[in-house]
Design a protein around this ligand. Structure first.
Ligand SMILES: N[C@@H](CCC(=O)N[C@@H](CS)C(=O)NCC(=O)O)C(=O)O
Length: 308
């Protein structure tokens, strides 16, 4: 079975940029399927069963939702355990959690609405902008988190930059002399901020500016653009890989139909048969006419599993 990673993403997605740079840092070869910036996503919905966030990765008939499990797959394929989010500890883990929580939303909330409007007009045009804005407004209506705006968002972003700059005073990277998952997690909200504000980072944060340039220079590795049909063929031609061994007591719901959804935002559930539940990962089997059995992987943290 081919172990080529297929990434379903769109170029402006910061979470996807985190993964693209991880692939670049390892000089990996991967395949790219471009998704629309909002649902429906006919290139990947049939595989994932409707998970609404981006990116989604695929290796044959295994589908990976959320960058937590995608990063674990990149770490495994590259033999680079320092890219596994479970390897982050202490202050680096705190920074990672902050970057992917309030800082992610603050990266946009701190940009003036007029500038944001200009950025969207340039990237997706007037119709695309209306579609995108309506979709995200709807998504946030059902969200269990509130996105900070204006001064609140600006102060969250400044605090984060202060912390990061101090950390980078005597280190090349967030945890020391080498790249780890914490660098990629800290980078992507800043990349989002730079892209949406159309302004470089404040030069006062000199250490961050130096580190940011190094991160950007990692590039994306060898990216091959493919159309969705090739991704579907990869699923059809493969069987899901062997399930992970579980030590200790098995989840009583194994074999029953469950629904898995993010707890924070984009809370669209995916329904399937629970086939594996490890301390960090939930795997559902979905029987499909188009591809046969597909296994969909989710992180445990930040997701809810309920009876379907
Ligand atoms: N925790 C998720 C967050 C992913 C996320 O928020 N992605 C954004 C795009 S960068 C998203 O999906 N927004 C809504 C959408 O694209 O439908 C992860 O790590 O993958």
């Amino acid at each position: 079975m081919s172990e080529t990673l297929i990434l379903h993403h769109y170029d402006a997605s910061p979470y996807a940029e985190k993964i693209r740079l991880m692939l670049g840092s390892q000089g990996m070869t991967w395949q790219s399927v471009l998704s629309p910036p909002q649902p429906p996503r006919p290139n990947v919905d049939p595989l994932s069963g409707g998970y609404r966030r981006i990116p989604i990765a695929q290796i044959g008939a295994d589908v990976f939702c959320d960058t937590f499990v995608i990063a674990q797959e990149v770490a495994r394929l590259a033999g680079a355990p320092e890219l596994d989010p479970e390897s982050a500890e202490g202050e680096a883990a705190d920074l990672l959690a902050r970057a992917e929580g309030e800082v992610f939303f603050a990266a946009i909330g701190s940009v003036s609405p007029l500038t944001l409007l200009g950025t969207m007009l340039r990237t997706v045009g007037p119709l695309g902008m209306v579609r995108f804005a309506l979709d995200r407004a709807r998504m946030m209506q059902t969200a269990n988190v509130k996105a900070p705006q204006g001064d609140g968002a600006r102060s969250i972003l400044q605090d984060f930059l202060d912390t990061l700059d101090a950390r980078l005073t005597d280190r090349d990277f967030v945890t020391g002399d080498t790249l780890t998952i914490a660098d990629f997690a800290a980078f992507h909200p800043l990349w989002l901020h730079v892209a949406t504000s159309r302004h470089p980072l404040d030069a006062r944060f000199a250490n961050v500016v130096r580190w940011y340039a190094q991160m950007e220079a990692l590039g994306h590795g060898a990216r091959e653009e493919i159309d969705p049909e090739r991704a579907f063929e990869a699923a059809r031609a493969s069987k899901p890989r062997t399930l992970p061994a579980v030590t200790g007591e098995a989840d009583a719901r194994i074999g029953s139909r469950v629904s898995v959804a993010p707890a924070d935002y984009g809370t669209v559930p995916v329904v399937g048969t629970l086939v594996a539940a490890t301390p960090s990962r939930t795997i559902l089997a979905r029987e499909t006419d188009r591809f046969g059995t597909v296994h969909v992987h989710f992180p445990v943290r930040g997701f809810e599993v309920t009876d379907a």
